[in-house]
Design a protein around this ligand. Sequence first.
Ligand SMILES: Cc1cc2nc3c(=O)[nH]c(=O)nc-3n(C[C@H](O)[C@H](O)[C@H](O)COP(=O)(O)OP(=O)(O)OC[C@H]3O[C@@H](n4cnc5c(N)ncnc54)[C@H](O)[C@@H]3O)c2cc1C
Length: 128
Amino acid sequence: MVKRVAIIGAGVSGLTSIKSCLDEGLEPTCFERSDDIGGLWKFKPDVEEGRASIYQSVIMNTSKEMSCFSDFPMPEDFPNFLHNSKLLAYFKIFVKKFNLLKYIRFQPTKCLRLCVRLWFPLRNGSSL
Ligand SMILES: Cc1cc2nc3c(=O)[nH]c(=O)nc-3n(C[C@H](O)[C@H](O)[C@H](O)COP(=O)(O)OP(=O)(O)OC[C@H]3O[C@@H](n4cnc5c(N)ncnc54)[C@H](O)[C@@H]3O)c2cc1C
């Protein structure tokens, strides 16, 4: 049976999680509370309660070689240090290339309550 995975947020962590799940044969569903991908890198002029944002002129302080997905280099014509709009554009190219959009549910109407269960194997063979 295929294992289903819930991913919270379609920022860069969520996007790469969707792709990794697919690479491993898992079935991801990503729940994004806003109306777009990109998380922090989706610039919006208005402040939204509970949402981190950047200011309009932000440029990355990490290079495109260090910041790209390991299996998906940034376009050659992109500058070495990207303006936030270029980084968002890169995320959108990534999503399109790997057809990830269909795994994302934007603005889910139901609030998710997550139950996280941690499992620690012990040296004596039992678990905690
Ligand atoms: C000002 C600033 C500059 C930065 N510059 C760099 C840089 O140059 N280079 C670098 O590598 N890193 C930089 N970072 C680090 C940055 O945190 C990462 O680049 C990246 O944005 C983190 O991605 P993320 O997906 O973990 O989180 P986010 O980008 O914050 O995305 C989280 C997503 O989850 C959604 N979400 C949150 N809670 C819920 C919920 N309960 N239900 C549904 N959806 C939810 C949000 O709407 C959002 O879309 C910077 C950070 C800041 C604040």
